[in-house]
Unconditional design. Structure first.
Length: 95
């Protein structure tokens, strides 16, 4: 997930990002730090692989849906830094 500097104010205020079935191959904590007010993130049915990045820069995250990807490894140790998380769907991955 890449974001250019154009529209930086919009990204900062973004609270929901629905990016399912977009062919996204990678997310990282650097990309996620551009969305500090994100509450809902849907990345289901993409081509994500490797470990799940920490979401420490997204403390307002309440709904994370990453099912039907190829993510692997343990959950990040600081996953508890998302205390508002209520919905977490991660089935059909390689955890």
């Amino acid at each position: 997930m890449r974001a250019s500097s154009h529209g930086a104010g919009y990204r900062k205020n973004l609270t929901e990002l629905h990016a399912g079935s977009r062919g996204i191959e990678k997310i990282d904590s650097n990309s996620m730090s551009r969305f500090p007010n994100l509450e809902v993130l849907w990345l289901n049915d993409n081509k994500l692989s490797g470990p799940l990045p920490p979401f420490t820069s997204n403390p307002l995250l309440q709904d994370l849906q990453i099912y039907n990807n190829k993510l692997s490894g343990p959950l990040p140790p600081d996953f508890s830094a998302t205390p508002l998380l209520q919905t977490f769907f991660a089935y059909n991955n390689d955890f």
